[in-house]
Design a protein around this ligand. Structure first.
Ligand SMILES: Cc1ncc(COP(=O)(O)O)c(C=O)c1O
Length: 394
C-alpha cells in the first residue's frame, strides 16, 4: 500500500518556478506570472503593530487557538461582514495560513474512504489535503460555456453514499469565477437535502471586481450549522509570508477536534504576526480596496493581451488574480508535444514568461493555462506586451 504522503506531489508550479529561477540566475530577465503572491506591502498599521509587539516582548507562546485580541477582531469581522451566525469567539481558530486550516479541517472531518466533492479544476492543494485527511477527492467539471460556475445539478450527480462534504471556493483559483448568491443558495440547499458539510474557502473574498459583492455561503439559511469557513490574510492584506489564516466552525465535535489538531501541529501562530493581523482587521480597509482596484486594472491589461493573442481563449475573471485560458485546437505544440505543458515550456524558453499548466489543477484543467497577475503591474504590463507576439511566432 502506498504511504498516504507519497500520494502528494511536489507541484507543477514549483517546477515552473525552479526553471524560471534557473534562467534568472543565468542572467535572463524573467516575468514571474506563474504563481500568486501579492506584490504589495502589508498595511502600515499592521507593520507598526508588529514592530510594537516585538518591542513589547510579545515573543512567547500564545494560546494555541490565537491571541484573544485577534480572535475577537475575527469574531466581529465575520459576524458583521460575512454575516456568519457565530455564537462565540471560541468558534474562531487562528491558523498558520489557510493552508494549515485546510489540513486541519480535512483531518478533523474525514474518515478513510469519505468523499469530498470539489470543483475541477481546483487549486491543487485542496485534493492533496483531502487525501492527507484519508479522504477521496471527487472532482466536478467546471465548463467554459457555463463561465466555470460550480453547478448544483452537476454536484448532485457526483454525490454517493460516501460523500461527506462539498468544497466551495469563491472567488475561484484557478479560473477567477465568482459564485453569486443564487448559485450558492442551490449548493447550500443540496448540502441540506443530503445532509452534507460545506467547506467554504474564502481566501480571495476581497479580491473581487466590477463592483460585485462577495457572498459567504455560511450566511445562507440552508448552510447554517453545516459550514466550515476558511479565510486568509495572505491576499486581503498581502501578508502571505506572515502566515495567518483562520477557521470559523460551529459544530462542537469538529471544533474540539480542530483545537486538538492545532495544538499538535503549529501550537499557535507566530505571536508577532498575530498582533499585525489584529491591527489589519481592526484598522481601516482602504489599502485592501486599493489593491483590489489595481488587480482589476492588471486583469484588464492581461485579458486584452490574451484576447489579441492566437491559440488561447481567455476567461475574464470576476475575482482572484488569475487568468485562465483554454488552449485552442490550432495550437501546434512545442518540442514534440502539444499538451498544456508544451505552451508553458514554450513561453519559458522563448520569452522567460511563467505560467501554470492547467492539468496541474485536475483532469478538467488539461488543455488550459493559468497566468497570475499578482506580481507588479510593471511585470504584468511587460508580459501583456510580449505575449501576443511570442504566441504569434509559435
Ligand atoms: C483557494 C486558495 N485557498 C487557500 C490558499 C492558501 O492561502 P494561505 O495559506 O497563504 O493563507 C490559497 C493560496 O494560494 C488559495 O489559492
Amino acid at each position: 500500500m502506498t504511504h498516504i504522503v507519497d500520494q502528494v506531489s511536489f507541484g507543477a508550479i514549483v517546477q515552473v518556478r525552479d526553471r524560471l529561477l534557473e534562467q534568472q540566475a543565468r542572467g535572463r530577465k524573467v516575468l514571474r506570472i506563474e504563481s500568486g503572491d501579492p506584490s504589495f506591502d502589508i498595511p502600515v498599521i499592521a507593520r507598526e503593530a508588529m514592530e510594537k509587539a516585538l518591542r513589547d516582548g510579545h515573543t512567547h507562546y500564545t494560546a494555541s487557538t490565537g491571541i484573544p485580541v485577534l480572535r475577537e477582531a475575527i469574531f466581529n469581522k465575520v459576524r458583521a461582514e460575512n454575516v456568519l451566525d457565530v455564537p462565540s469567539v471560541d468558534n474562531v481558530i487562528v491558523t498558520s495560513g489557510a493552508m494549515n486550516a485546510l489540513y486541519i479541517i480535512f483531518r478533523a472531518l474525514l474518515e478513510a474512504g469519505d468523499e469530498v466533492i470539489l470543483p475541477d479544476p481546483m487549486w491543487t492543494e485542496i485534493a492533496e489535503n483531502i487525501r492527507l485527511g484519508g479522504g477521496t477527492p471527487r472532482g466536478v467539471r467546471l465548463r467554459a460555456e457555463g463561465g466555470y460556475q460550480f453547478v448544483a445539478a452537476d454536484i448532485e450527480s457526483a454525490i454517493t453514499p460516501r460523500t461527506r462534504a462539498i468544497f466551495v471556493n469563491t472567488p475561484h483559483n484557478p479560473t477567477g469565477a465568482v459564485l453569486g448568491r443564487e448559485a450558492l443558495e442551490s449548493i447550500a440547499a443540496l448540502a441540506e437535502k443530503h445532509n452534507l458539510i460545506l467547506i467554504s474557502d474564502e481566501a480571495y473574498e476581497h479580491v473581487i471586481f466590477d463592483g460585485q459583492k462577495h457572498v459567504s455561503i455560511g450566511s445562507l439559511p440552508a448552510a447554517r450549522g453545516r459550514t466550515i469557513s476558511v479565510f486568509s490574510l495572505s491576499k486581503t492584506y498581502a501578508m502571505s509570508g506572515l502566515r495567518v489564516g483562520y477557521i470559523v466552525v460551529t459544530d462542537p465535535l469538529l471544533l474540539e477536534r480542530m483545537k486538538k489538531l492545532v495544538r499538535c501541529t503549529v501550537n499557535g501562530v507566530n505571536s508577532v504576526a498575530q498582533y499585525g493581523a489584529a491591527a489589519a482587521i481592526n484598522g481601516p480597509q482602504d489599502a485592501t480596496r486599493a489593491m483590489a482596484h489595481e488587480y482589476q486594472q492588471r486583469r484588464d491589461i492581461l485579458f486584452s493581451a490574451l484576447e489579441e493573442a492566437p491559440y488561447v481563449e481567455a476567461f475574464r475573471p470576476g475575482g482572484a488574480f488569475f487568468l485562465w485560458a483554454r488552449i485552442k485546437e490550432d495550437w501546434r505544440g512545442y518540442d514534440g508535444k502539444s499538451d498544456d505543458w508544451s505552451m508553458t515550456n514554450y513561453l519559458i524558453d522563448k520569452a522567460g514568461i511563467g505560467s501554470a499548466p492547467g492539468s496541474a489543477f485536475g483532469p478538467a484543467g488539461g488543455g488550459h493555462i493559468r497566468f497570475a497577475f499578482s506580481c507588479s503591474t510593471e511585470q504584468v504590463t511587460e508580459a501583456a506586451r510580449l505575449l501576443p507576439d511570442v504566441l504569434r511566432k509559435a
